[in-house]
Ligand binder design. Structure first.
Ligand SMILES: [Zn+2]
Length: 225
């Protein structure tokens, strides 16, 4: 019977023989680099692409290891299955917990602490989501998971009708999040000053126009530029 130690020794010897060690090393280093960028970056799109790239380098390293293996296939298969299980769990869970990271990072507070109507407006749109505000002069509005974030700068910049249009836009993102690709859910769904060509953004705008008005949406955008 094989012990784990025998298996590991056999495993390392096999990889050495195959001559793929430098290639595997490079893949591992690149994966590490991507995950470092993922953890350091604050830009949602950079985070998303580095996360995906990191995953791809890990998978290619595993493929190289499996290819280099001549004696025992067992350990590599176990490592591979373990990795797939773990990364799938992370990808499925991350969108559900990421908003909690954002609350901490921005030191966000429930909007009901300063005013009631935005939360009531969102409740009226029939989506279970919570509205938060945070202290920043930069006007920003975005959604993640089931949370909508508004900066104080945004609250000061727009009037009530414009804010309703922004909230409706974000509510649409939250409502249809589950239908968008899982990796897209990791990106923040922001309200930006420029009308986006993206299909999801267009649909979010159409919903906001229906619930509030096109004028409110456009004047909110105009104020941001
Ligand atoms: Zn949007």
């Amino acid at each position: 019977m094989f012990s784990i130690q025998d298996e590991v020794e056999c495993y390392i010897a096999c990889i050495n023989e195959g001559g793929l060690l430098p290639l595997i090393g490079i893949s591992m280093i690149l994966a590490l680099l991507m995950f470092t960028i993922y953890f350091k970056s604050r830009k949602p799109l950079t985070r998303l692409s580095s996360f995906v790239a990191g995953q791809l380098f890990i998978i290619s390293a595993i493929a190289e290891i499996v290819y280099a293996m001549q004696c025992s296939q067992m350990l590599s298969i176990e490592i591979y299955l373990g990795y797939v299980t773990l990364s799938t769990a992370i990808i499925l869970l991350l969108p559900r917990v990421y908003y909690k990271v954002l609350i901490k990072r921005h030191d966000a507070r429930p909007i009901t602490e300063i005013m009631d109507w935005p939360q009531e407006f969102v409740n009226g749109l029939d989506t279970k989501s919570n509205v938060y505000y945070y202290d920043s002069a930069v006007p920003r509005a975005f959604a993640s998971g089931k949370a909508i974030f508004l900066s104080l700068g945004m609250l000061e910049l727009v009037d009530e009708t414009e804010l309703k249009a922004i909230l409706a836009h974000e509510v649409w993102h939250i409502r249809y999040n589950s239908r968008t690709p899982i990796l897209r859910q990791l990106a923040l769904m922001s309200f930006t000053k420029n009308r986006s060509e993206d299909e999801l953004e267009t649909l979010a705008d159409m919903f906001a126009e229906k619930v509030v008005s096109r004028n409110a949406l456009e004047s909110a955008r105009a104020k941001m530029s």
